[in-house]
Design a binder for this molecule. Structure first.
Ligand SMILES: Cc1ncc(COP(=O)(O)O)c(C=O)c1O
Length: 350
């Protein structure tokens, strides 16, 4: 069952104290709201919004890229990236479990005439260089033109090691392909890998970074890469309806998140490990965790009963089955996590 179909099964109630469905549910805190209120704003479609321009430049610099583009969502950012790299009849090779393949409504195919060629995702979350090479088509009129490798990091919370990323990108580059990274949780990956942002971003041509997940901004992603690709992306963003006028109120939140909220991701990872340990100690199912995500598969059925029991205590989890995904984020502090663990223990009599 998809992570997304599970979301609809559970909605937060008025008494919610801990919403573990996703790191997208965070709300701006007082400091972020002050940053939003202080935005200068101008018309970003004219290129005149100072906070948008600063956000784009700062993100590009942080990741060691020439230019950046602020977009309303990770999905649009990935789509603009793919359409900037590829034309009609071209092909993207990508992990069959990745978001761009499974959860973005095949936008690149529907809107751009770009074929999506899935390859297996290995235990590390990466794709094997041999699978990349094997998927690249020879120059033959029967085939689409293999143009781009699209990677993801983190993948279901897993931080894909730099060595695995490098091996896949080298296989792609040897055949003349460019490489895009869906870095929806780029800074979770960097935090877990213990590397500099530019070390990960330097392996690929373009990176899409979400501000609205663990970083805690309400809306927005930034696509970074070479200046000519980002210039093409600007036209595509307009075409897709992503030109946002006085977007500085959102960019100010994003700039605040990049400056102040990156450090807190390590705490989310620690809390995910704590939740996983507590669930493992109960001995009532399979548990795994990586960065800010915990996956719990109860040994016995009873997902709906568990969800109802937790909801009664103000703890919201998704409706996925068999594995329930729980995501730690900046709106779940130690006290809220203690309440969640206590509610699990009470339900399972632990
Ligand atoms: C790995 C990954 N990529 C891309 C996206 C798309 O982001 P958005 O929801 O902002 O479109 C998500 C959203 O959860 C994601 O998890």
């Amino acid at each position: 069952m998809s992570v997304y179909s599970g979301m609809k099964a559970a909605s937060p109630a008025a008494n919610t104290i801990c919403d573990l469905r996703s790191d997208t549910v965070t709300r701006p805190d007082a400091a972020m709201l002050r940053a939003i209120a202080g935005a200068e704003v101008g018309d970003d479609v004219y290129g005149e919004d100072p906070d948008v321009n600063r956000l784009q430049a700062e993100t590009a610099e942080l990741l060691g890229k020439e230019a950046g583009l602020f977009l309303p969502s990770g999905t649009q950012s990935n789509l603009v990236a793919v359409l900037s790299h590829c034309g009609r009849g071209d092909e993207v090779i990508l992990g069959g479990a990745y978001h761009v393949y499974l959860h973005e409504a095949a936008g690149a195919s529907v809107l751009g005439g770009v074929a999506l060629c899935p390859v297996p995702v290995g235990p590390s979350g990466g794709v094997a260089p041999g699978d990349v090479t094997g998927a690249i088509k020879p120059d033959d009129p029967h085939h689409p033109v293999s143009r781009l490798l699209s990677l993801e990091n983190t993948v279901n919370g897993q931080a894909v090691p730099l060595a695995d990323m490098r091996a896949a990108t080298e296989a792609a580059r040897t055949a003349g392909l460019s490489v895009h990274l869906d870095g929806a949780r780029f800074f979770n990956a960097v935090t877990a890998l213990g590397c500099a942002p530019a070390d990960l971003a330097g392996l690929v041509d373009t990176v899409s970074v979400c501000l609205s997940k663990g970083l805690g901004a309400p809306v927005g992603s930034v696509l970074v890469g070479p200046a000519d690709l980002i210039a093409r992306g600007l036209r595509l963003r307009k075409m897709l309806g992503g030109g946002m006028r006085q977007a500085g109120i959102l960019a100010a939140a994003g700039r605040h998140a990049l400056t102040h909220n990156r450090a807190g991701l390590a705490e989310d990872h620690t809390r995910a490990a704590r939740l996983a340990k507590a669930l493992g100690d109960l001995g009532v199912g399979q548990v795994s965790h990586a960065t800010n995500m915990v996956f719990f598969t109860p040994a016995a059925d009873g997902h709906a009963d568990l969800r109802a029991a937790l909801a009664a205590q103000g703890i919201v989890i998704g409706g996925q089955s068999p594995a329930i995904r729980m995501v730690l984020h900046r709106d779940v502090d130690d006290a809220a996590l203690d309440r969640a663990i206590a509610a699990f223990r009470a339900h399972y009599g632990g």
